[in-house]
Structure formats: structure tokens, C-alpha cells
Design a protein. Structure first.
Length: 356
């Protein structure tokens, strides 16, 4: 818009200049004419009109320039804000991407850990350790307990002089194969998984040895809630492995109780309360023995007090007799030497049986 106004202004100024030039030429041609004065008047008016038009166009151009400058500044400010906002969003997006990459790396590391049977076993033992430390007081359990030559159980719990073995078993590889397999491939994998679990149950049962101070039971800890709940639900996953048969085989045939993270925590809570009750019972027995011993001391002290009372009674009797004899001597002295008696015997009462 401003460019068009400038072009129009230039065109008008050019046209006026051309008209003025033509008028000047006409004035030169009409020097001898009577219309010279009239032309001069027209030229003056035309000059005034051109000056007014220039002033008007200048004002409009100035206002347009100011408006354009304000608009440009506003656009620049909005653009700067937009750039800053986009930059901030890109920064946050970059941070989010880094976090996603970190999580992906951690998941990959966890997947690598779970893929390695040995590292998977270490993870299960660590999980068991965390649950025991959170649920039981120090000294109520022991990790990596040696049951005998070549036999180390993951943990034992001390229960009133007996040991409750706990072993962590992470049978994940065959379970994942069975769940992810096609229907026609499952029968063989079901048998492999069932055999794997039975093998783990048999391994846990080896730690039951009452001659070495264990209870007649052991706990088999499965760190995976998914596998444990599938066992409780009778069928493992979508496959046809009978979980109830495995649980019954463990509990009845092998005296092994299978527990998951949640059930182990609940069981340890009950055990912890039982241990507290045992401690209270032990403390009560100690207090009872101490009170009984204190009663014996009181009886002995009572005997000494009775002997002391008897001795005090004899001493009082001797004191009274001596004082009476002294009074008799004093009377004899008065009879011989004359005067009055100077000794008035002060007799003491003997302690009674109740006082002694």
C-alpha cells in the first residue's frame, strides 16, 4: 500500500512538473499577451496546490512508515517469542528423547539379565533378600546358608531354634517359550515347563533335613508374579499345564510351599508377629524366673530378720537385768553411805513376735 502511494505521488509530481513546464513555455510565448497576469495567477495557485499535496503525501508517508515500523517490530517480537517457544519445546523433546533412550537401554539391559539364567538367578536372590530385609528384624534370617557340603540355600529363617529354608527359583525361559509358541508347538513345551518346575521343587526339597535343625517344610520362592498366579489359577497361561497338580506335588509329596512375592511378604508378616510373640514369651519367662529368685532372697532376708529380732530380744533382756542389778548396787551403797538413790533404772520392752 505504501509503495503504491509513493508511486502515485511521484507520478503526480511528475505530471505537475510537466504541466508547469508547459505553462512556463506558454508564458514565454505570451509575453506580449494580455493574459500573462492570469497565467501567473494560475501558476501561483498551482504551486500552492502542489505544496499542499506534497505536505499531505509527506504526512501520509510518515504515518505509513511509523505504522509499518510498529507492525514490523510487533512481528519481530512475535517471531522471537515463537522461536523461543519452539526452542524450548525442542529442548524438552530432546530431554524426553534422551529419557526414552535411557529407558530403552535399561529395558534392554533388564532383558539381557533375564535372558541369562545365571544373572536371572542373581536377580531372584536379590529380590528375596530385599523382601526378607523389609519384613523381618535383623538376626531373624541368614542369607546363603550352608546346609552341608556343597549345599547352600538362598536363605533360612530362624524359628524358635529351627530353620526354615527358602530357595529362589526363576523358571522363566521355558515359560516364555510356552506362552509365545503356536498352538501346535505347545504340547512339547508344556511338558518341558512342567518338568522344569518339578525339577526346581525337587531341588528345594533337598534342603529339608530335620537332623540338621530344619523344619519339615521349605519355601520355594518364584520372583515372577505372573508364573505364580498362573499356578494358582490352575492353568499356566494359555497352555494346558495343570498348576494345581504341581502345587499339590510340591506341598504333599515334597513338603515344599510355593510362594510368590506377595504371598511371601504376607507369610513373613505372620512369621514376624510370631517371632515377636516368642520374644515376649521369652521375656515373660525371664521375668518370672527373676521374680521367683527375688522371692527366695526375700525368704532368706526374713530369716535373718527373725534371727536379728531374737538377738535383739536377748540383748534387751540382758540390758534390763544389768540395769536392775545396777539399781540394787546403788541401794546397797545408799544404805551404807547414806543419801538418796541416784540410779533410776530405764527398762526396755522386748520386741514382740509380730514385730520380729
Amino acid at each position: 500500500m505504501e509503495v503504491i502511494l509513493i508511486i502515485l505521488l511521484l507520478a503526480m509530481v511528475g505530471a505537475m512538473g510537466a504541466g508547469l513546464f508547459v505553462l512556463v513555455q506558454k508564458v514565454n510565448d505570451m509575453k506580449q499577451s494580455s493574459a500573462v497576469d492570469m497565467v501567473k495567477t494560475d501558476v501561483v495557485e498551482l504551486s500552492r496546490a502542489i505544496a499542499g499535496l506534497q505536505q499531505t503525501m509527506g504526512d501520509k508517508l510518515e504515518r505509513s512508515a511509523q505504522s509499518m515500523q510498529t507492525s514490523v517490530q510487533k512481528q519481530l517480537s512475535e517471531s522471537a517469542k515463537l522461536v523461543a517457544d519452539v526452542t524450548q519445546r525442542l529442548t524438552k523433546l530432546d530431554e524426553t528423547n534422551r529419557r526414552v533412550v535411557d529407558v530403552a537401554d535399561e529395558l534392554k539391559s533388564l532383558q539381557n539379565v533375564l535372558a541369562n539364567p545365571k544373572q536371572r538367578g542373581v536377580l531372584g536372590e536379590f529380590y528375596l533378600k530385599q523382601i526378607l530385609e523389609n519384613m523381618l528384624p535383623p538376626g531373624a534370617f541368614e542369607l546363603q546358608y550352608k546346609m552341608g557340603e556343597g549345599m547352600i540355600v538362598d536363605a533360612v529363617i530362624y524359628l524358635d531354634g529351627k530353620l526354615l529354608p527358602i530357595d529362589s527359583k526363576f523358571s522363566l525361559e521355558n515359560y516364555n517359550r510356552m506362552i509365545e509358541a503356536r498352538a501346535e508347538d505347545r504340547p512339547g513345551l508344556e511338558k518341558a515347563f512342567k518338568d522344569d518346575l518339578k525339577k526346581r521343587i525337587d531341588e528345594t526339597a533337598k534342603y529339608i533335613n530335620t537332623r540338621k535343625g530344619t523344619l519339615g517344610q521349605a519355601l520355594m520362592f518364584i520372583p515372577s508374579e505372573a508364573i505364580y498366579y498362573d499356578l494358582l489359577a490352575n492353568k499356566v497361561g494359555a497352555a494346558g499345564v495343570n498348576g494345581r497338580d504341581l502345587m499339590q506335588y510340591a506341598a504333599v509329596d515334597k513338603k515344599v510351599t510355593i510362594v510368590g512375592p506377595s504371598t511371601l511378604s504376607a507369610m513373613l508378616q505372620i512369621i514376624s508377629q510370631g517371632l515377636n510373640s516368642l520374644e515376649i514369651q521369652k521375656d515373660t519367662e525371664v521375668i518370672r524366673r527373676n521374680v521367683e529368685q527375688l522371692g527366695k532372697h526375700l525368704k532368706g532376708f526374713d530369716g535373718y530378720m527373725q534371727k536379728l529380732g531374737t538377738s535383739l530380744g536377748a540383748a534387751v533382756g540382758h540390758y534390763n537385768n544389768a540395769h536392775k542389778q545396777l539399781a540394787r548396787v546403788d541401794k546397797d551403797v545408799v544404805k551404807i553411805a547414806g543419801g538418796t538413790e541416784s540410779i533410776d533404772p530405764l527398762l526396755l520392752d522386748k520386741p514382740t513376735e509380730d514385730e520380729s
